[in-house]
Design a binder for this molecule. Structure first.
Ligand SMILES: O=C(O)C(=O)C[C@]1(C(=O)O)C=C[C@@H](O)C=C1
Length: 323
């Protein structure tokens, strides 16, 4: 660390916090072409990565075969299906890539066993009053049927008759204790997508009819935020490039935001733009950044930040309203 960096007030005294190291790549479960639990990216089910269909929604009045065929007609990717009863299981086996065990019937052991017997991957939602032990016990029912492909999905507890409250600590504990991938069921609202990703969700489950805005917000959290809060260790060129693409997505988001803020400073300063350049301020911000990027260090960061700052100043001059 240089003396200048040590003297910089913006810089933290201690080392920057590392994203939590979580047991990535632990026991990935494949749902069709989608691998859940293989690290990043976090899967968005009910979004671009996979769809799901609930036969419960129709209370068994609709033919399972027809409903699955209809879902398949509009979607070629991975499809999860939640059966209404054992009568649906043949159609599920024929047309689905995985079975969703809904929160309402997590403890219908007969149906869970029969569904597990299909051999398809199982996504097991936690019943609204189920404890962690009761939830994890469902894995044993599946394994007893010879089905080891289990993903756990936290879908919330009911408190005082209100909407379900997602328990992200429980989701995390379920992942750690079981060594299985975990999902967070967000319903129609992606407001907790970032929190779920930070808490270690391997995937987000949105309602089948979630609006595009919610899908976009969940996808953004799964891509951009996940990169900032989770570590990944790719082992192939393709994997490393995919990881770089995610980092670049985060970098672009941050660069755009920085350019906007730099433009604000130009408008507010007595002398803005290149004419008002403050090299001492630039030196100090590079020194502060070197704390978070110690291997790059000040000497490598300085030209990068010079380019970033100059791009911001050019943009501000183009959009000149401060002059
Ligand atoms: O902080 C300022 O005074 C700015 O104008 C912003 C900014 C920057 O982009 O960070 C740009 C030019 C200055 O030389 C220093 C910093």
């Amino acid at each position: 660390m240089s003396q200048a960096a040590a003297a910089t007030p913006e810089s933290a005294a201690s080392h920057p916090a590392r994203p939590p190291a979580r047991a990535e790549n632990r026991a990935a479960v494949r749902i069709g072409a989608l691998a859940v639990g293989e690290g990043l990216p976090v899967a968005v089910i009910g979004g671009g990565d996979a769809r799901w269909l609930s036969l419960r929604a129709g209370h068994g009045r609709r033919s399972a075969g027809e409903a699955i065929a209809e879902a398949r007609a509009g979607w070629r990717g991975p499809l999860l299906v939640e059966p209404f009863s054992a009568a649906d299981l043949d159609a599920v086996a024929a047309g689905a890539d995985g079975v969703l065990v809904g929160a309402a019937w997590m403890q219908d052991f007969q149906l869970v066993r029969a569904a597990a017997g299909l051999g398809l991957p199982m996504v097991v939602q936690r019943g609204p009053a189920a404890t962690l032990d009761e939830w994890l016990a469902i894995i044993d029912y599946c394994v007893a049927e010879g089905n080891d492909q289990v993903v756990l999905c936290e879908s919330g507890s009911r408190t005082h008759g209100s909407a379900a409250v997602l328990d992200l600590a429980l989701m995390r504990a379920a992942g750690e204790r079981s060594g299985r991938p975990v999902l967070a069921a967000l319903g129609h609202d992606a407001a907790l997508a970032g929190a779920a990703v930070a808490a270690g969700a391997d995937g987000l489950l949105l309602a089948p009819d979630a609006l595009p805005g919610a899908v976009a917000a969940a996808t953004e959290a799964a891509t951009v935020l996940a990169t900032l809060v989770r570590q990944e260790v790719p082992r192939t060129v393709a994997g490393a490039r995919a990881a770089i693409d995610r980092v670049d997505a985060a970098l672009a988001t941050v660069l755009e935001r920085r350019a906007t803020l730099a433009g604000t400073v130009q408008r507010l300063k007595p002398v803005g733009g290149f004419a008002g350049r403050d090299m001492e301020r630039e030196r100090r911000l590079v020194a502060a950044m070197a704390h978070r990027a110690p291997r790059l260090g000040e000497s490598r960061l300085a030209p990068v930040m010079n380019a970033v700052i100059e791009a911001g100043l050019h943009l501000a001059e183009e959009e000149r309203s401060w002059a």
